[in-house]
Every structure is written in C-alpha cells, then in structure tokens.
Ligand binder design. Structure first.
Ligand code: ZN
Length: 431
C-alpha cells in the first residue's frame, strides 16, 4: 500500500510533464518572444553561475547558442582557476529573443562575469527560418548606406550623452564600417543594434530604429501584428486556517517560473491544501503570467529573486536597486501585488543589499536540499524527511524535473508528519 502512495504522484507527474511538453508555450514577455527559457545554476568552489538561454525549434541555432556559451564558460573557468577570495566569482548569461514575420529569429546573448573585475560581452544571432541560414548585417542592410546609419547612431547618442560622444572610442565605434554593427536583432518593428560595454561608452548601449526610417537600406518591413496579453485582476485569495501551536515549515522554490515544473508543484500544493513560496526571476515572470496568478489565487506567496539572477553583492548600489525594482515591477504588472520578501541569488547578502531592500525582508533558508546538485527525487525526499524541523525554510528550485518530482512526494509526506505547509511571510508572522 505504501508503495502505491509513493508511485502514484510520480505517474501523475509523468503524465503532466508529457502533456505540457506538447502544449503551446505562450511568450508574452516582449523581450523573450521565442524559445523555451532554459536555465542552469551551479555553485562552484570559488564561483557561482547562472545561465539562461532559449531552446528554439531550430537545431542549427540551438547548436551555436550552446556552443558559444560553452566556449565562454571554458574561458571563464580558465581565468577563475587561480581565484581565491572570500567572495565568489560569478558567471552569468541572460538573453533576449525576437521573432519577426514568423521567419526571422534573433537571439541576443548577454555575458557577464566577475573575477577580479566585471566583464561584459554581447553576441547576437539572426536566423532566417525560410532560407534556413544565419543572416549577417550585410545580408539585411545595404553596405552603401552605412554612412547614413553611422550618422543616425551618432546624432541619437549625441543628443542624449553630448559629453561622452566626443571620445575617440565613440567615433571609432560609430564609423561607417560594418564591423561596428555586427551585433543586431530584428524585432517586429525595429532594427536594434547592440554596442558592448567599453565600445561606445563605459556601459552597454543599444540603438533601435523603425524599418520605415531606413527603407533605402533594408527591405525589412514593420510587422504590425501585436501580441496582446490581458492580465485579469486577481480576486478571492483563499482564507487559511493556520494553527500557531502546531509545527510548520515553508517550502520555497527559486529561479522559476518554468511552466512545466512550477505547474506540477502547484497541482500538488492544491491537492494537499498546502502553500509554498516561489522566488521568481523578474526576467522569467512574463513567460508564465498565468502561473504567477495561480500562485496567488491558490494561497502561495511570490518573492523577489532579482531580475537577472546576478550576485547582488558584487553590484553597485544603483544596479542592486535596479535588479530589485525591475523584478518588483514585472511581478506587480502580472499579479497587482508587490512581493514583500527578497531572496538574493545564491543567498549572497551584504549591508548595501539590506539598504536597498527598502523594508522588504531578506530571506535565505534553514534547510538546503541541494536539489540542483543531486537531481534525484528520492535523495531529496529522504534528506528533507531526515533533517526537517519546526519553522524550517526549505530551499528547492522549480527548474528541474527531479525537484518537481520530489516536491510532489514531499508535500503530502510533510503534512503526514504533522507539518503545516505555509508561506515564508506566514512563517515569520507566527514564529
Ligand atoms: Zn536562484
């Protein structure tokens, strides 16, 4: 009998995973229009790592994306090897992806690493699905018209940053040669050119221009079809009966939402009348707005896990604030609620971060399941059931099938063991 209870959730989950694989994944995120958002995290002995990239339906494109990341990481690993400091070095990859005319896929990879100092790099790929080939800038833009583009870029930035534009580097990197414009993307209405950090300015810069304004140089046309995603308001949050005298724990899931795994966890929570806390990434929130709404509607809590999963302790005060507020806004836009808690990526915190939290609680954990490392549901379940105690905050990630499988088993098991499954804010309120 006992076996049956354990096997059943596995089967349910497998069925669920099977189904969601075939269902259409919507992409209401205006900066991630195409590809399945894929993320890996890793804690090395002297560095931390978060890599996000899209998996598209084009093998050739996926291959170069993954190879580019692999090469960058190889280079990072070589440089990080002798690094021995108390703070951890970091390797971070984020992306934007665009689809135009159901034909042109543009993927922009943003590389960021810090060992002794910050390094940033941008790499773009534009793929033509119809011709089954990659497009270079010269393929879409008439070389004879480069002087016009150079003038447009120059006047755009001169207007905004008059002082910085007099530098030699600025002039060199805006001159009418094609190598200045190799990092580009085709969005539905605009050509966007990316200038890496240290080319035009100290910071990275982008320049976008409507196709009609460069009609002499390109045959690209504005795609007018707009994707509209209405976010309905959330009503009727459940009222809960929590007994402050009985033991309670807070299950927490970082780095989502992922439609496939987060949904499976939400199903198990709902079935067991339980709650959890999801520390979502601002950059991913818009990928699954309905999943975020479901979290709130079904009594779970959403926390802020930054916008792009950078190690906040290595950023400037201004950039920490931006990482937090961008995530706050993207979650608010969907749920009409601002998160009250923040879990910094990798759990790294310092005084600057505390100042930037602006009254929101910084939450780490008391029980680390290491689910990202073991990737084995049975090990995770056994570890938690062995270690768990009253008022624990349990760290998991809704990024992996094994973590979702473990959660599906753990949720009823913890309840059976007498624990109320509450959100982090509820736990704090009753502690
Ligand atoms: Zn994380």
């Amino acid at each position: 009998m006992k076996n049956k209870i354990i096997v059943c959730p596995f089967l349910c989950l497998l069925l669920l995973l099977g189904c969601s694989k075939n269902s259409t994944v919507e992409h209401p995120n205006p900066k991630q229009e195409i590809g399945e958002n894929t993320q890996t995290i890793h804690y090395g002995s002297n560095y931390v790592e978060s890599i996000q990239y899209p998996k598209t339906d084009v093998d050739a494109l996926d291959k170069v994306i993954q190879q580019t990341i692999k090469n960058k990481k190889k280079d990072f690993l070589k440089r990080v090897e002798p690094f021995e400091e108390e703070r951890k070095a970091e390797f971070n990859v984020t992306y934007e992806s665009y689809l135009k005319d159901k034909r042109y896929i543009s993927v922009v990879l943003f590389f960021y690493d810090t060992i002794y100092e910050e390094k940033e790099h941008i790499k773009t790929f534009v793929y033509d699905k119809k011709k089954e080939t990659f497009l270079s800038f010269e393929d879409i833009y008439d070389k004879e018209e480069l002087a016009t583009l150079s003038a447009l870029v120059t006047s755009y930035f001169r207007e905004r940053f008059p002082q910085e534009c007099d530098q030699d580097t600025f002039r060199t990197h805006t001159s009418a040669i094609v190598t200045n414009f190799v990092n580009f993307a085709l969005t539905k209405a605009k050509l966007t050119i990316y200038f890496a950090k240290g080319t035009l300015f100290e910071e990275e810069a982008t320049f976008s221009i409507g196709y009609e304004e460069i009609a002499d140089a390109t045959s690209m046309k504005n795609e007018t079809a707009q994707v509209v995603v209405p976010y309905g308001d959330i009503l009727n949050e459940p009222v809960k009966n929590i007994d402050p005298k009985k033991p309670m724990v807070a299950l927490t899931f970082d780095d989502g939402p992922t439609r496939r795994y987060t949904t499976a966890i939400l199903d198990a929570l709902k079935e067991n009348n339980a709650s959890a806390t999801f520390f979502v990434l601002g950059s991913r929130a818009k990928n699954a707005p309905d999943v975020l709404q479901r979290m709130i509607l079904e009594g779970s809590e959403i926390g802020n896990h930054s916008y792009s999963h950078k190690q906040l302790t290595t950023l400037s005060k201004e950039n920490i604030k931006e990482e937090i507020s961008e995530a706050q806004e993207s979650i608010y836009n969907i749920t009409h609620r601002y998160p009250k808690i923040i879990r910094p990526p990798y759990g790294s915190k310092n005084d600057t971060l505390l100042q930037c939290a602006n009254g929101k609680k910084i939450v780490t954990w008391t029980l680390d399941t290491s689910d990202w490392r073991t990737k084995d549901a049975k090990t995770i379940v056994e570890y938690v059931m062995d270690k768990v105690k009253n008022n624990d905050i349990i760290l998991m990630h809704d990024l992996y099938a094994s973590s979702a499988q473990a959660a599906v088993i753990l949720i009823p098991k913890l309840k059976e063991a007498g624990y109320q499954l509450v959100t982090v804010s509820e736990l704090y309120a009753y502690q």
